[in-house]
Ligand binder design. Structure first.
Ligand code: ZN
Length: 239
């Protein structure tokens, strides 16, 4: 009997979203799992197992299994099973990773060029879908600064609080999220840091300040506003 691999891929990634330092057998499995994520999220199938053409990596009596992996997207979980042996498992935490193909990659090459009309239409559409979130975050910033002032100096409260408007605009411009609950770890990590570096010149906040500011903000949302995003809170608790 093969065990069922219940995998949260985030556990194998470093803070940059790359595969972390792993022992060779674990690395081998991590690469196998990321390959499954890539193929399944690309196929966009729902609840329909299909042949991924990925070869099983299980070794039986020192011989590699020659089965192939069948997989399906079941809600937020990818389920996979070998068609020869009973090697099987589930994958979570793949959303927003570099292997997640459900959203088009944001590389310069694939960026669409808009005509002026299309551009206006694009932003109107964005405004309609995401404008409310941006406005909510800008509102919440005011309360967040007041909240920080209870424990921190006005200077530090302002230092952290002033990260939020830039974060709100980042979410609006560079992501498709429409609610606080949809924000992913990457969006409070390296992707936002990259945006920050591009958009702010001579800002006083260093990378650590930015991360602290965001994570404390999510903590504030949970404690004071009852808005919970467990993915982000877990990052905060893991510190
Ligand atoms: Zn197998």
């Amino acid at each position: 009997m093969s065990p069922t691999w219940i995998t949260d891929i985030q556990h194998f990634l470093d803070p940059n979203g790359e595969i972390g330092e792993l022992t060779p057998p674990t690395l081998h499995r991590a690469l196998f799992w990321t390959e499954i994520i890539k193929v399944v999220t690309k196929t966009k199938n729902n609840n329909k197992p299909f042949d991924t053409s990925i070869r099983c990596i299980r070794r039986l009596k020192n011989k590699r299994c020659d089965g192939t992996i069948w997989a399906e997207l079941f809600g937020e979980t990818i389920r996979w099973v070998c068609d020869k042996c009973d090697n099987n498992g589930s994958l979570t935490g793949w959303q927003g990773t570099q292997w997640d193909q459900t959203k088009p990659a944001k590389t310069t090459k694939q960026q669409k060029l808009y005509s002026p009309e299309e551009f206006i239409e694009y932003f109107d559409d964005k405004e309609e879908k995401q404008g409310a979130l941006r406005d909510d975050l800008l509102q919440l910033q005011v309360e967040y600064i007041k909240h920080l002032q209870k424990a921190l100096s006005p200077y530090t409260a302002q230092l952290y609080g002033s990260v939020i408007p830039i974060f709100a605009h980042y979410l609006f411009l560079e992501t498709n999220v429409q609610s606080i609950e949809e924000i992913t770890k990457r969006m409070v990590g390296r992707e936002f840091i990259r945006h920050w570096k591009n958009k702010t010149i001579g800002a006083e906040q260093n990378e650590q300040d930015i991360k602290t500011a965001l994570l404390e903000f999510f903590w504030f949302l949970k404690k004071e506003k009852g808005i919970t995003n467990d993915r982000i809170i877990n990052v905060l608790c893991a510190r």
